[in-house]
Design a protein around this ligand. Structure first.
Ligand SMILES: [Zn+2]
Length: 328
């Protein structure tokens, strides 16, 4: 078997029948192209050969790695947020109940409730950049929480406490109640190994949250290699619902729940990609809505379409709750 044939064996199911695609780097507009193949058997779209210089495609200003100043905040707003989140996550605190009824809960806090995070839980966020998600969790009162990311420049401390550690999951041996992969698994060269290790350090009744882009989506079918979720070459694996289920079962985990959480960016970024407008261009909707190619009515239509595809579980990103296979 030649090297090029070996590269085209599906890394999820070992399938050898596939369809080829060529996708370009579009976020920074270098337009360098990369080969992908989509497995006919499990439906996983994957990069044929991971570039050796992949770190070069994570520039200093990559969104997860920009350093923000984080100061301890004891304003009334912070105290209110803590009271609300304690009520939402732990189900106690009367002031939180009142505050919860007054204001719509943030999507992130709703996800935390969905996966059953309590303020007493320990949380590990894998591939969490400089710790944005963990910083949010701490603001909700979830203090035993930490991010890890091997691509950050150095460990990040806030007020003398470690927020994000420069490392990968294989160096972690502490047990956690909750392990999250927020759009990080698709950036990893191996798919089984990180999940196997996560399972090893997950407490018996613990929960793993995976958030990934998926080709089982309207956006992939409509936009193909111009689909925003490809983010070439940073995403190596674009799973189908079937391939992620297979992967999870291979490592002895099971899916407790899977749902679409896609956003309107699946439409406006993909439409801009079709027209060669990078998300950082001066006329990108993300930079300047007024100078963009979209009328407000078009964005409104994208919003309605987003709600529609999410409701049909055809959104381009999914949230998946995983448990040990023996947990009922
Ligand atoms: Zn496959």
């Amino acid at each position: 078997m030649t090297d090029s044939q070996k590269q085209k064996i599906c890394k999820i199911c070992n399938g050898q029948q596939h369809k080829n695609y060529t996708a370009m780097e579009l976020v920074y507009g270098t337009k360098k192209s990369f080969n992908f193949f989509l497995c006919n058997n499990c439906g996983c779209l994957q990069m044929e050969k991971i570039p050796k210089e992949i770190a070069d495609y994570y520039p200093e200003d990559f969104y997860s790695y920009t350093k923000k100043s984080r100061k301890k905040d004891l304003t009334i707003k912070t105290l209110i947020r803590k009271a609300r989140s304690r009520y939402i996550l732990d189900g106690n605190g009367i002031s939180g109940l009142i505050l919860h009824r007054l204001k719509k809960t943030s999507a992130l806090l709703e996800t935390c409730r969905e996966i059953g995070i309590k303020t007493s839980h320990s949380v590990l966020d894998v591939g969490g950049g400089t710790g944005d998600f963990v910083w949010q969790l701490r603001s909700y009162g979830i203090t035993d929480s930490i991010a890890i990311d091997k691509f950050i420049n150095e460990d990040v401390y806030v007020e003398g406490k470690l927020l994000a550690k420069k490392t990968d999951i294989f160096s972690i041996d502490k047990q956690f109640d909750i392990i999250t992969f927020h759009h990080s698994l698709e950036h990893m060269e191996e798919q089984q190994e990180p999940l196997l290790h996560a399972k090893k350090i997950l407490k018996p009744n613990g929960t793993i949250l995976l958030r990934i882009p998926t080709v089982t989506s309207y956006a992939w079918e409509k936009y193909g290699v111009n689909w925003w979720g490809m983010d070439t070459p940073r995403h190596f694996f674009l799973h189908s619902h079937a391939s992620i289920k297979l992967l999870v079962e291979q490592v002895g985990l099971k899916i407790k729940k899977l749902w679409s959480d896609s956003t309107v960016s699946q439409f406006w970024v993909s439409e801009q990609n079709l027209q060669g407008i990078s998300i950082y261009a001066h006329n990108s909707y993300g930079v300047s809505p007024e100078k963009s190619i979209f009328a407000k009515s078009e964005i409104d239509a994208f919003e309605r379409q987003t709600a529609n595809v999410n409701q049909k579980n055809r959104g381009d990103t999914i949230c998946i709750i995983l448990k040990h296979e023996d947990v009922k």
